[in-house]
Design a protein around this ligand. Structure first.
Ligand code: OOG
Ligand code: NI
Length: 326
């Protein structure tokens, strides 16, 4: 990673307009997210009360249906247009998901602010491999992605408005995708489908970059403890702290909030919404002798990890949502 060549267009004055528009769109996505997810909002305020100006986002994440042009590309287009670069693909065969992540453009004067006005975040986008689902599930997903028509061309707009491009589904359709049986009988891959059917392109989560905090919360273990002491539930799938095999990418997340959702047939039920994640990226072995104050983001572990992500996806699962606090 590091700095990109100067001919990528984003180090030129004309990108300044583009950058401020990009940040406005991110700010609208964030506003939708904070209005719907009281836990995420409260945690950001809590961290901010300890560590006022240093909240930077490591990444933002979206979910999509990989069918009829509604997959990763539909929302990736916006980020590619504004200077993001496509990076590695991740596969989750058991969940019938695939993901891609995108690194942000290098910007001449990284915004001096925090959150969406701080360093630009990475973007993580996944898609459901719809062809591999049961026919019943496929029928529902195809129905709504067809109803939505050209909506797929306006994914970033839908996300910043918090609107579904396909309108509201029937409760029975949501249930068909979300059905939750006992542990050994579960068809868990459909919980992602159910989430996407009712949340569409809304931000799935933002991730606080813990190593960029200044207080003791920069250690993700201290942050996890602090969050739990304040009464919030963390996703316990495979253990609260998710660690990559190289030991350098540490992640944790809350359990998603639920919101009351009115379905097309008038039924109102609670559905899972979004969660907030935390990531600590440790310094790469080849840079371990660099004095701490000189360490930059590119000296740290980049990218994502299938094993961590696989467990973080469970932050919106019924099993985590209904679990009693530890
Ligand atoms: C994404 C889960 C994976 C990460 O950082 O590895 C993830 C999702 O829940 O859609 O966020
Ligand atoms: Ni994430």
């Amino acid at each position: 990673m590091g700095s990109k060549s100067s001919d990528d267009g984003f180090n030129q004055p004309s990108f300044q307009g583009g950058e401020s528009f990009l940040r406005s769109v991110l700010a609208s996505m964030e506003t939708v997210y904070l209005n719907r997810n009281p836990t995420a909002k409260a945690i950001l305020e809590l961290v901010q009360s300890v560590d006022s100006d240093h909240i930077f986002y490591d990444h933002l994440a979206f979910r999509t249906f990989g069918v009829n042009g509604y997959g990763i590309d539909s929302i990736a287009k916006f980020f590619l247009d504004f200077g993001y670069t496509q990076r590695e693909e991740l596969r989750f065969p058991a969940k019938k998901l695939k993901a891609l992540w995108f690194s942000p453009p290098s910007i001449p004067l990284p915004g001096g602010g925090s959150r969406v006005n701080g360093p630009l975040p990475r973007v993580f986008i996944s898609e459901l491999l719809v062809d591999q689902m049961s026919t019943q599930t496929q029928d529902i997903i195809r129905k709504y992605t067809e109803i939505a028509g050209s909506g797929k061309n306006h994914a970033a707009l839908a996300s910043s408005l918090g609107s579904l491009t396909w309108g509201k589904p029937l409760y029975s359709e949501f249930q068909q995708l979300a059905r939750f049986l006992f542990r050994f009988w579960i068809r868990r891959e459909s919980e992602y489908a159910a989430w996407t059917l009712v949340n569409g392109y809304a931000l799935n989560h933002v991730t606080i970059s813990t190593h960029q905090l200044k207080s003791h919360l920069r250690d993700i273990k201290s942050l996890n403890q602090f969050i739990e002491e304040n009464g919030f539930k963390l996703n316990s799938e495979g253990g609260v702290l998710k660690v990559s095999p190289d030991g350098l990418l540490l992640q944790s997340s809350t359990v998603a909030d639920s919101v009351s959702f009115q379905f097309a047939d008038g039924i109102t039920e609670s559905v899972p919404c979004s969660y907030i994640e935390f990531a600590e990226r440790l310094v790469l072995p080849q840079y371990k002798n660099i004095p701490e104050i000189e360490v930059k983001e590119f000296h740290r572990r980049d990218g994502f990890e299938v094993g961590n992500a696989d467990k973080i996806f469970e932050s919106t699962s019924k099993e985590q949502l209904t679990r009693r606090a530890a």
